[in-house]
Design a protein. Structure first.
Length: 259
């Protein structure tokens, strides 16, 4: 079977990451799943933002965890992707909602209204001043959607084993993905991850350490790989039999898979 195609921060190659437009575009082109990073605001809202601070995506030195949602909602999270758009007479008029901060609740509503099954992989970012409150808020939100049962379209990812253990305790039927930054971390990591956890290595590590991928396959581990943007990397994943590829270019990857 072909791997599931997961849109990394939405269709983020052509759209500003983590914006509503990026996710709507990913659904339009047929992505099987969406991926997002979440952080907690000072007033307790989960928002889809990768970096701790907002310098890269909103041109401010503000830190997500110290700001309220209303403050974040005043910022532009899309202009950085195409800074010359205002000078382009042929640029399309955009819905202001497409450039604002995206709450996880809004993204889950978008998934629920997709008209077909679309899954969502949610990465919690650590370390954070809020600690385990991030996972508690996340599980509460998934419960609001009825997405803590075995047929849930949601799964939770993290580089933090402790964070995933929290999710297991709070919502034992929600799948979790242990992200692996370096291949040489695996011998130690495999001692502490549960047998049924999904493993999420970076494609660079699979390229540079071929034995790592083969070891995961021989151990019958389900593998979700990030971030797969080239034909060569996709072929490597297909040959390894990975279950999911996370990509900035979902339309391109689906085309390569001849879907």
């Amino acid at each position: 079977m072909r791997p599931q195609v997961v849109a990394h921060r939405g269709a983020s190659h052509e759209n500003a990451e983590h914006t509503l437009r990026a996710y709507q575009r990913a659904i339009e082109v047929g992505a099987d799943a969406l991926e997002c990073d979440v952080r907690l605001t000072a007033d307790g809202h989960l928002v889809c933002v990768h970096d701790r601070n907002l310098q890269r995506t909103a041109a401010t030195k503000g830190v997500v965890s110290t700001m309220n949602l209303a403050d974040l909602d005043e910022l532009d999270f899309a202009s950085w992707k195409n800074p010359w758009a205002e000078l382009d007479d042929e640029a399309r008029d955009d819905d202001p909602a497409h450039s604002r901060v995206l709450t996880l609740r809004k993204l889950l509503e978008t998934v629920a209204d997709a008209g077909r099954r679309v899954e969502i992989a949610i990465e919690t970012k650590h370390p954070t001043r809020f600690g385990g409150l991030v996972e508690r808020r996340l599980v509460q939100l998934l419960a609001d959607f009825g997405w803590t049962s075995p047929d849930s379209p949601a799964r939770v990812m993290s580089f933090s084993v402790t964070a995933l253990q929290r999710v297991n305790r709070l919502a034992p039927q929600v799948p979790v993905v242990a992200l692996v930054e370096k291949a040489h971390h695996w011998p130690m990591l495999k001692r502490v991850v549960d047998r049924d956890w999904i493993i999420g290595p970076g494609v660079k590590e699979l390229r540079e350490h071929p034995g790592f991928g083969r070891h995961l396959r021989l151990a019958d581990r389900e593998i979700h790989v990030w971030t797969v943007n080239t034909a060569e990397d996709l072929q490597l994943c297909v040959e390894l039999g990975v279950a999911a590829v996370i990509t900035d270019k979902p339309a391109y990857v689906l085309e390569l898979l001849d879907v």
